[in-house]
Design a protein around this ligand. Structure first.
Ligand code: SF4
Ligand code: SF4
Length: 205
């Protein structure tokens, strides 16, 4: 690539040396050959969904809203990620629309389990832009419906198990306080300012 900075000397195509002169040429036989990309490069995103705890941090920080997550709370721990973090939420949907992504990398920096990474895949050209929406969730419709039902049932059972509390608080009037055995408040003197009658107007002499 550095050699490409020097331009090739003009050589006539009929010259015998035309095909030997490769200095300064930067064309490669793409896609059979590819330029190496740096390890820290920011290209296509990948979510290792088994390690995702569906915390939503990546979606919240994304400046262009290209991550769409639909979480379903589980009624108990559903497993652990490879770094030992507890998983308690299912991902009914985890889509990343790379057509909108500006490759800032913020989502990967906030991911607590480091399951969201930018890969070295830079060629993902498609004919239909909708194919740039990458789907990472693996749940079927039936599984989603079942997990939702289980969570709703769990919430209902929890609400039913709660003790009933007094519905209406008693008004704190003096009579009610007396009835409840509390000493009534001592009467407070009422101050009313007196208005003096207007005197004769002051004389100027
Ligand atoms: S790299 Fe930036 S724009 Fe792309 S999904 Fe992550 S936060 Fe959003
Ligand atoms: S930040 Fe990481 S763990 Fe949290 S939802 Fe996004 S990909 Fe999953």
């Amino acid at each position: 690539m550095l050699k490409a900075r020097k331009s090739r000397k003009p050589v006539i195509v009929t010259d015998d040396l035309y095909f030997q002169s490769t200095e300064g040429i930067n064309t490669i036989q793409y896609p059979y050959e590819m330029q190496p990309v740096p390890d820290t490069g920011r290209y296509r995103l990948h979510n290792e969904i088994d390690d995702c705890i569906v915390c939503d941090k990546c979606a919240k920080i994304c400046p262009v809203n290209c991550i769409t997550i639909e979480p379903i709370k589980a009624v108990e721990e559903i497993g652990k990620t490879s770094d030992g973090t507890s998983k308690r939420i299912y991902a009914a949907k985890f889509d990343i629309d790379m057509g909108k992504c500006c490759f800032c990398g913020l989502c990967t920096t906030v991911c607590p389990t480091e399951c969201l990474t930018m890969t070295k895949v830079y060629d993902f050209s498609v004919f239909d832009i909708r194919e740039h929406n990458y789907v990472f969730a693996e749940m079927t419709e039936a599984e989603i419906a079942e997990k939702k039902r289980l969570y709703e049932e769990h919430q209902k059972n929890k609400a039913a198990a709660k003790p009933v509390v007094a519905s209406e608080p008693i008004a704190a009037t003096e009579e009610n306080k007396e009835a409840a055995g509390e000493a009534p408040k001592a009467a407070r003197p009422v101050f009313r300012p007196k208005i003096k009658p207007a005197g004769p107007p002051p004389s100027n002499g």
